[in-house]
Design a protein around this ligand. Structure first.
Ligand SMILES: Cc1cc2nc3c(=O)[nH]c(=O)nc-3n(C[C@H](O)[C@H](O)[C@H](O)COP(=O)(O)O)c2cc1C
Length: 187
């Protein structure tokens, strides 16, 4: 009887430890998604004489790189159409005057039904978004993401942006993002 109780106690403690570590894991991921990652700006230069400018702002992840990969593939597509593409993390360090860009892309992963609050705050802070082409993208487990509609609502003064969701483990993402980038990059 004593042994059975002991085994039961170990099982309960094991389940408890599992629940706590899972909650901790979730907490760390969500916290990371809502934390500024500092100034990391990469510029993809073009040889084109036109030198149109595009900006891709995305929230990077702690664990995997789905959002980063989509951001870079979109940037490569835009670059192939003659754009100098600036790729940056959202945050207070980033200029809120985006008037020099012809195309602006915003992207975030979805964790527990939420896009990154850092990206949301950045979108709310930007101005001079009147004539640009705007693309919103999210990466997540779902095919279609209602979070895109929430992101869209943050644009009060700009034109309705284009929206697209990427399933994080989809092998076609690379082509999909590149093609979309070059499509948007067309005059
Ligand atoms: C703890 C956790 C919660 C998640 N919650 C959602 C969710 O609510 N909706 C969704 O579509 N995807 C969800 N996902 C899937 C992530 O959004 C997906 O892995 C995303 O592509 C990660 O992007 P990243 O690699 O840039 O971090 C979740 C993943 C994890 C690990």
């Amino acid at each position: 009887m004593k042994i059975i109780l002991k085994v039961l106690l170990y099982i309960v403690l094991g389940i408890l430890a599992l629940c706590i570590s899972e909650m901790l894991f979730f907490f760390i991921l969500i916290h990371s998604n809502n934390t500024e990652k500092g100034n990391k700006t990469v510029i993809m230069k073009t040889d084109s004489i036109a030198h149109s400018k595009a900006l891709v702002v995305y929230q990077p992840s702690l664990m995997t790189d789905s959002t980063k990969n989509v951001a870079y593939d979109l940037a490569k597509g835009l670059n192939s159409k003659g754009y100098d593409v600036t790729i940056a993390y959202p945050g207070k360090y980033l200029s809120t005057d985006l008037s020099t860009y012809k195309v602006v892309v915003f992207g975030s992963p979805i964790y527990i039904g939420q896009t990154s609050s850092v990206l949301n705050d950045y979108i709310k802070s930007v101005n001079n978004l009147k004539d640009q082409k705007i693309l919103l993208f999210v990466t997540g487990g779902a095919d279609d993401s209602e979070q895109l509609n929430s992101l869209e609502k943050l644009f009060t003064n700009a034109e309705i942006p284009m929206k697209i969701s990427f399933k994080y483990n989809d092998k076609g993402n690379e082509n999909k993002a590149f093609n979309l980038g070059s499509e948007i990059g067309k005059e």
